[in-house]
Design a binder for this molecule. Structure first.
Ligand code: PLP
Length: 365
């Protein structure tokens, strides 16, 4: 007998498998129509099973943030991996060397010193390590400026024997602050334009760049309009979340992931306490609205504050909850919520069809 939703103890993270499936298929079809490779960022789900599903739908490989995630995914037989993160230090370089024995691994950096470390490893392994150079198109995280500045760094890197600069990459995380299609499309063009301008500078000095890799869920919907981009790396599209619904990237019915919680106290009018706090939902906020999550189908009921194990829910007049009520909340950020759990409940028609293991949970090194 399959466990039904009523039998799941709370708090729990539930995944609607039909919605998940539709999200995976839709993004893969969009990439195919645009003639662009899909290399999804698996830090969202950290699950071997979902990563394999993404490949089954046509992803060319995966993106990870950390070597530890790459190692877990290589254990699952996934052999084309971009570690979109600088690899710094002897321990990590040794692990990268070992990982490269069993998978094709590219890594990103914006820095010549980091590239030198990679090049030494490449020379030791007698192969060229593929490198994506990170470009800042507005997030102001890693990445030198587009155009001449990044081209200068790539020119220096191209002299190193043990690496090959195969791509330019950027992440338009800034698109999440936008709330209309015009601004979001502008961010998608900004992302692509920064990379393409850099590629042109490099062409002028005889350096050819194969991959132009953009990536964020909000900007990925415009991929078919972006000439010259070869690859996209969306991550959060698989589940959807409150940030995506608030910025207009997903509708609530595209959201596959919810947190099931139980009302454990109703101490004051307009307030209910649920058994899901920051250790269940994460403390990530939403740039577009206050609170930490909204009730499914009724977004004016929202989690106003969090303690570690308590969610303080604000309830408008005319709505009442009772002790023991079980409520489904859409969290602000699916990636950080998933990271707090070792298993997700995969449901179809309110029955648990599979447990989804969060295999890369805790893989921060
Ligand atoms: C380098 C990089 N690529 C791709 C992504 C995926 O972006 P999103 O989760 O918006 O789809 C991220 C997200 O943090 C990222 O850091």
């Amino acid at each position: 007998m399959q466990q039904s939703i009523e039998e799941i103890d709370t708090p729990a993270v539930l995944v609607d498998l039909d919605v998940l499936d539709r999200n995976l298929r839709t993004k893969a079809e969009l990439a195919e129509r645009a003639g662009v490779k899909l290399r999804p960022h698996v830090k969202t789900h950290k699950s071997k099973w979902i990563a394999r599903e993404q490949l089954r739908y046509g992803a060319c490989g995966i993106t990870v943030a950390k070597l530890g995630e790459a190692e877990v995914m290589a254990d699952a037989g996934i052999t084309d991996i971009l570690v979109a993160y600088p690899i710094v230090g002897k321990q990590k370089l040794e692990r990268l060397g070992r990982l490269m024995q069993r998978a094709t691994v590219a890594v990103s950096t914006d820095d010549l010193e980091v590239a030198k470390g990679l090049s030494e490893l490449g020379q030791y392994l007698k192969r060229k390590i593929p490198v994506y150079v990170d470009v800042n198109t507005g997030l102001n995280r890693c990445g030198r400026e587009p155009g001449l500045e990044t081209a200068g760094v790539v020119r220096e890197m191209s002299r190193l024997q043990g690496i090959e600069v195969v791509g330019l990459m950027t992440h338009a995380g800034y698109a999440y602050t936008k709330s209309n299609v015009v601004d979001m499309r502008r961010d998608a063009f900004k992302e692509a334009e920064g990379l393409l301008r850099t590629k042109e500078e490099l062409q002028r000095i005889g350096i050819d760049i194969r991959e132009i890799s953009v990536g964020s869920t909000p900007t990925s919907r415009f991929i078919h309009e972006l000439e010259g981009v070869t690859e996209m790396r969306p991550g959060a599209y698989v589940f959807g979340d409150g940030m995506q619904t608030a910025c207009g990237t997903a509708r609530e019915d595209n959201c596959a992931l919810h947190v099931l919680a139980t009302v454990v106290s109703t101490p004051r009018a307009g307030t209910a306490i649920i058994d899901a706090g920051s250790k269940t939902l994460s403390s990530d906020t939403n740039p577009h609205r206050s609170g930490y999550g909204t009730l499914r189908g009724q977004p004016d009921v929202y989690i106003e504050r969090l303690s570690e194990e308590h969610g303080i829910v604000r309830i408008p007049d005319g709505i009442r909850f009772n002790i023991g009520d079980r409520l489904m909340f859409l969290p602000n950020h699916c990636c950080t919520t998933v990271n707090l759990h070792s298993h997700l409940y995969g449901l179809r028609s309110d029955k648990v069809e599979r447990m989804i293991s969060v295999d890369c949970r805790g893989m921060v090194r």
